[in-house]
Design a protein around this ligand. Structure first.
Ligand code: NAD
Ligand code: ZN
Length: 359
């Protein structure tokens, strides 16, 4: 059986297109009329906040993403939104404006407003029963591919795992390269970590056993764009990185990530590291698996004066190390994509443990 891929039905791309948001939302205001805007709190007091097309009765939420989104946080947000709307009403739309953390939050909230129970009950594949509230994604950082993916990654009581479903996919995305302005200059490390998430998605998809021409077409073009951004510093890097992220997401939608993501989930779970930086830390040790990719990744780090953090696991307890291995071992489809059905012979727990020991 081939995957019947659900993709984002509507996309606007171009500098300044953020200003079309009000017109895009207008026809959706058919029920309660309420729109919920979730904005990354980095923009507090900044011009973008004033450009939000808030109307009377809309709800505006600033979101802090020092910690990546958690299932508990999603449940609390849904409760807050339900109380705000009152009388059992629901909003007509949820709009997330920020990096991958805010995009995933908007997706998860829109799902959990229409599905009973708590968010952690839906961590997994195709557990969501009812369609989400209309939801819009507007990235302000590029690389995760969260704007196109069918998952909303959440840390729950037992694992970090997404709400993966067709209903998770955004109804609309707005790709405005203006929103990336200043990222490279002001937060060069974050720019690099999130961008490398995209680069690593592509390496893992292209080297994986699941890859097909659909995934390859998107993944290869995304790599071309990543090189133009991280090796050539092309003057249109914001446009290019925004499209690299989109294409990287489209590529893994029809393939899968691999060893780096599997190990990085374990590392993040125990150390609380953000996704992009955790991937970079892990990738640096995967020369045996992705020799060409790791070589180019190091060249990109050097070109951008980025130092990859080291020596993070030496002080961890036995239980913490075990947990890391356990979380990573649970990422079965990722290992299968990377090493094939017999992955456990090629990546026994001891090999995983040795890799973590080096980090
Ligand atoms: P992020 O959303 O965690 O944000 C990182 C930092 O950048 C935050 O401090 C944020 O406030 C700040 N920021 C955001 N936009 C900015 C801007 N324009 N200028 C300056 N600062 C800005 O970072 P991310 O790397 O985009 O996302 C990581 C998250 O995405 C993780 O939670 C990860 O699990 C998730 N993820 C999801 C998918 C998916 O397919 N759904 C894929 C990969 C990663
Ligand atoms: Zn990733």
């Amino acid at each position: 059986m081939y995957r019947n891929l659900k993709v984002v039905p509507r996309v606007v791309f171009g500098r300044g297109c953020f200003d079309q948001l009000d017109g895009i939302l207008e026809p959706q205001r058919t029920g309660s009329g309420i729109m919920v805007f979730i904005l990354d709190d980095f923009f507090e007091g900044k011009p973008l906040e004033k450009r939000l097309p808030l109307r009377d009765g809309d709800l505006f939420l600033r979101m802090n993403v020092d910690d990546e989104p958690k299932t508990k946080g999603i449940d609390a947000l849904c409760e807050q939104i339900r109380q705000f709307c009152g009388n059992g009403r629901l909003p007509d739309g949820v709009i997330g404006i920020g990096g991958g953390s805010v995009l995933d939050t908007a997706k998860a909230v829109s799902l959990m407003l229409t599905n009973p129970g708590e968010a952690h009950e839906y961590q997994g594949w195709d557990l969501i029963q009812f369609p989400a509230i209309y939801h819009v994604g507007i990235p302000t950082l590029a690389g995760t591919g969260a704007e196109v993916s069918r998952t909303a990654v959440l840390t729950g009581p037992v694992r970090k795992l997404g709400l993966n479903s067709d209903h998770t996919v955004f109804d609309q995305v707005i790709l405005d390269p203006d929103l990336l302005e200043g990222v490279q200059k002001n937060i060069p490390e974050q720019w690099f970590w999130t961008g490398m998430d995209c680069y690593i998605h592509n390496v893992e998809a292209l080297c994986g056993t699941f890859v097909n021409e659909y995934a390859r077409a998107f993944g290869e073009q995304s790599q071309v764009l990543c090189r133009e951004v991280f090796l050539d510093h092309h003057p249109e890097s914001d446009e290019k990185l925004m499209m690299a992220s989109y294409f990287g997401g489209m590529s893994i939608a029809y393939s899968q990530v691999g060893a780096c993501h599997a190990l990085s989930y374990g590392l993040s779970y125990v150390l609380g590291l953000h996704h992009g930086i955790a991937n970079s830390i892990v990738f640096d040790y995967l020369e045996d698996i992705y020799p060409e990719g790791v070589k180019e990744f190091r060249a990109m780090a050097e070109r951008n004066n980025i130092t990859i953090p080291r020596n993070l696991t030496s002080g961890l307890s036995e239980a913490q190390m075990e947990k890391m291995v356990e979380v990573s071992t649970g990422m079965v489809p990722l290992w299968e994509n990377c090493l094939g059905k017999e992955w456990q012979e090629k990546m026994p727990k001891e090999r995983m443990r040795k890799l973590f020991n080096k980090m």
